[in-house]
Design a protein around this ligand. Structure first.
Ligand SMILES: [Mg+2]
Length: 99
């Protein structure tokens, strides 16, 4: 099973192969908002607000597109997402244990 470090490495190698590691951070964020829009559209279909048919596979693909871009942006700033995830999780658990 891949962890976030493995995924970041996979994205890094893939992006370097095609020269996409030089993509501007602002362009990555722009693409992230595009993917978020695609996710929103699937959710609106799921909730019946949009009449188009909801497709779970499409939602899964859009979420994964957004994950790829998140990993890509983290690579751009040399952020260790595995470490950050663990740190965030500790903060969340501390916050919820107070309730
Ligand atoms: Mg997409």
């Amino acid at each position: 099973m891949a962890n976030l470090t493995d995924l970041q490495k996979q994205v890094s190698e893939y992006d370097k192969r095609y020269g996409w590691d030089r993509d501007r951070a602002s362009h990555i964020v722009l693409h992230m908002s595009e993917e978020l829009g695609e996710i929103s559209r699937r959710i609106l279909r799921f909730e019946g607000y949009k009449i188009e048919k909801f497709d779970q596979r499409e939602l899964a693909r859009e979420l994964t597109d957004l994950l790829y871009l998140t990993l890509k942006l983290a690579n751009k700033f040399k952020i260790d997402l595995d470490k950050e995830w663990n740190s965030m999780w500790k903060r969340y658990e501390k916050k919820t244990s107070r309730k």
